[in-house]
Design a protein around this ligand. Structure first.
Ligand code: GLC
Length: 750
């Protein structure tokens, strides 16, 4: 035993020294970089400093931007993706400008680069952060091969409003899920070492509160009280800041009248003061310039003074910093120290990325690393895991050998460009595999294809009869509908989120044929498709699934893969229910479930006869589907959660074990979710909050024990006094299938 102890001791000493060595190495690396930054800063003129804070969108080839770059008047360029031209312009920066400071080349690499992954809302539906990290890593390798070293992602705006077109780019409504997915993307983009040539700096956006745009109308005002800002909208940003995201992007919107691009509370007090962020902040496109439209600045000098003094470092496309900063510094309206700190942050990131040592890209690399079989396989896996099975009446899915012919109908069955979804600038749509193409590859199946429409907005019903006749001569109907890519994303909000054009009429008539109807919806947001779901036997929801979406859908239809996607955002029954989300507070008059709905109201009903609780007469309060919901090709049964204790102190870690049994006939993956409820707090607390989740693969008849370890400190929130802490008291805890299921157990925090 003594020997054993000694060897343990040796092991511990070795481990401790390794950790210490690593920490020392990192510290010395950081110190070295700080030294280089200081040295460079000390040599820079006022104009050169200002040049580093100026970001432009490429207006042509390298030659067209030569003079500005040679004069050191540009620090970063976005939308410049030709590696040959990037190298030419980088050579101007490094070899012709006085100090040789390299350019930082940026692009919106949001969900893949050439190989397009499902839109982020679809990736969030996978509840698979490891896969999401792999996807971001793949995107970084492809993008950096073109000379791009900075992406404007992850987009981690919490969104509870499907009218907002940019919900497509988000990770949904839940702060924990968005935090986990945001961190996974940062890790994937930035890799293990920032100075690796395949690392691209991440950018947490849009900081902050952009997803709370009133009415879901893009760019609209957001009114978020500080406690809600801190408890709901900021956690994903804090998580990615602490995960090492190198940049942040200030958002277009105002919060309570204060535009985020001129909000020192957000940019300095919280981001730097509380979270210790030492990267740099770039504005969103001309969001500094828009301070005048917001009515908080009178002219360009004013907006420049206000934004940089609020904590913005780099100006995207206002041309305000480059034009006004020298004068403002001369006048003392912007302190030299403020300017220097902004430049220091930009230089720091450029040094960390290794751009000074390795500014050029291998121009032959892109063809070798993009759209490779491995990348396409990863995109296919990501698409498979992003698709949500909403309904499967009579187990019509997976399709079996008895199906000899299928009608593939609908406007999204073969749309190579639109299947990629929003923000897929560098996707290669010719490489998209559509559902039609994938289904045609399945041996022994006759495919009767009828698009029925020219687009998802086509109001003409002229194409429906041929689709109906295709359905009549087929064993099964696969209707693929939804939204073209342009109907979601930036500036694409909708007041009505039902299917457009004559798609609903097509589905109604297909249903009337009596053939088994499988509905597949490809969209950038949840849609109000309750009636269409009732008319269908099975429904897959696929947030624009990317390059390999068609192959993934075919794998799922024929059971090569079992679905595992879960709703990352609540699906409303009606648009009038919005905002609707699972982690709501209880109110003083919570819905009881026995309320009288519109059609059952007796004539001449008395004023208060229907009960006075919080619901809609014409829609109740229940969503179409709750957060975390999704079916698969088997069923799972949860045992009662078993807690490691019933009482905990704040420093404890709660362990909970739950048995989950596959009670069906085929292997599949369950996404076990852990929710808590703080029953009484200094402020009203959500009826449920997701605190952990785990994908677990279970064979038919098998029972597995899923364990979660939850530090009690994770229960902290900003309470009545605006401080973050765990408040003692009773809690409920669920380990269950979705945000609306399960039976809670309780525990106490002392
Ligand atoms: C856009 C978007 C932002 C994007 C930026 C650069 O307006 O709001 O998400 O990263 O401009 O394209």
């Amino acid at each position: 035993m003594i020997y054993q102890n000694i060897s343990n001791m040796k092991y511990r000493i070795l481990l401790a020294s390794l950790v210490l060595l690593t920490a020392c190495a990192e510290k010395s690396q950081n110190d070295l970089i700080e030294q280089k930054v200081d040295d460079m800063l000390s040599q820079m003129t006022l104009e050169e400093k200002v040049g580093q804070l100026h970001q432009i969108s490429a207006w042509g080839d390298a030659a067209s931007m030569h003079d500005e770059v040679a004069a050191g008047r540009i620090g970063s360029i976005l939308n410049f993706v030709d590696p040959v031209e990037i190298n030419k312009l980088q050579r101007v920066a490094v070899e012709e400008s006085r100090l040789g400071i390299p350019l930082l080349i940026a692009r919106d690499v949001i969900h893949g680069y050439n190989t397009i992954l499902p839109i982020p809302l679809g990736q969030a539906a996978s509840f698979d952060p490891e896969l999401v990290e792999q996807g971001a890593r793949m995107a970084a390798v492809e993008a950096s091969a073109d000379g791009i070293r900075w992406t404007f992602a992850p987009m981690i705006d919490i969104s509870r409003d499907a009218r907002w077109g940019r919900i497509a780019e988000s990770c949904g409504e839940d702060p924990y899920l968005a935090s986990v997915m945001g961190v996974a993307m940062v890790r994937g983009f930035q890799g293990d070492s920032l100075n690796d040539p395949t690392a691209i700096a991440a950018c947490a956006k849009h900081y902050a509160g952009y997803g709370a745009a009133e009415g879901g109308r893009d760019y609209n005002a957001a009114n978020i009280p500080e406690r809600q800002l801190r408890n709901v909208y900021l956690p994903p940003f804090e998580a990615v800041a602490k995960a090492g995201a190198q940049t942040f992007m200030s958002s277009f919107n105002e919060i309570d009248g204060v535009p985020s691009t001129a909000n020192p509370f957000l940019l300095n007090d919280v981001l730097r003061g509380e979270w210790g962020f030492d990267g740099f902040v770039v504005t969103d496109w001309n969001s500094a310039g828009e301070l005048m439209a917001h009515g908080v600045c009178v002219d360009k000098p004013d907006l420049v003074e206000k934004s940089i003094n609020s904590g913005v470092d780099m100006d995207m496309m206002t041309y305000g910093f480059i034009e006004e900063l020298p004068q403002l510094v001369e006048e003392g309206k912007v302190k030299q120290s403020v300017l220097d700190e902004a430049v220091r942050r930009v230089l720091r990131v450029k040094y960390r990325l290794g751009l000074f040592d390795n500014p050029y890209v291998d121009e032959s690399l892109s063809d070798k690393v993009s759209l490779t079989p491995e990348n396409l396989a990863l995109a296919r896996k990501a698409a498979v895991e992003s698709v949500i099975l909403l309904k499967n009446e009579g187990d019509v899915l997976p399709l079996g050998a008895n199906v000899k012919s299928v009608a593939v109908v609908g406007p999204m069955a073969h749309m190579k460009y639109d299947q990629l979804g929003t923000w897929a600038f560098d996707g290669v749509s010719d490489r998209t595999v559509t559902p039609l193409e994938a289904i045609r590859e399945i041996p022994g199946i006759t495919v009767n294809y009828e698009p029925a429409f020219d687009s998802t907005r086509d109001k003409s019903t002229a194409g429906i009869p041929t689709a109906i006749s295709a359905a009549r001569r087929s064993d099964v109907v696969i209707a693929i509908v939804g939204e073209e890519a342009i109907l979601s994303g930036e500036a694409h909000s909708l007041a009505d989120i039902s299917l457009k054009g004559a798609q609903n009429e097509l589905i109604r008539q297909l249903s009337a044929t009596g053939k088994p109807l499988v509905l597949i919806v490809m969209a950038g947001r949840p849609l109000t498709i309750g009636e269409q779901i009732e008319q269908s036997d099975a429904v897959f929801y696929s947030f624009h699934p990317g390059t390999m979406g068609g192959a993934a859908i075919a794998d799922l239809l024929w059971g090569v893969e079992a679905p595992s996607g879960r709703t990352p955002v609540t699906f409303p029954k009606m648009v009038g229910q919005i905002p609707i989300y699972y982690n709501h507070t209880n109110t003083g008059r919570p819905f009881q479930g026995n309320e009288t709905l519109l059609d059952d109201i007796p004539l001449k009903a008395g004023q208060t006869s229907l009960g006075c609780t919080s619901f809609y007469l014409d829609a109740g309060v229940e969503p179409l589907y709750p957060f975390g919901y999704g079916l698969t090709y088997t069923t799972f049964e949860y045992g009662e959660p078993r807690l490691s204790a019933n009482e905990f102190s704040v420093d404890d870690t709660l362990t909970v074990e739950t048995n989950i049994t596959n009670t069906g006939s085929r292997e599949a993956t369950e996404v076990a979710q852990l929710y808590v409820r703080d029953l009484v707090g200094s402020i009203s607390r959500p009826v449920r909050e997701l605190k952990a989740f785990k994908r677990v693969n279970i064979k038919p008849g098998e029972t597995v024990t899923v364990e979660f370890r939850l530090p009690i400190s994770e229960l902290a929130f900003y309470g009545f006094d605006y401080t973050r802490k765990v408040e003692p008291g009773e809690f409920n805890l669920w380990v269950c299938h979705d945000s609306n299921s399960g039976t809670p157990v309780s525990f106490t925090v002392k």
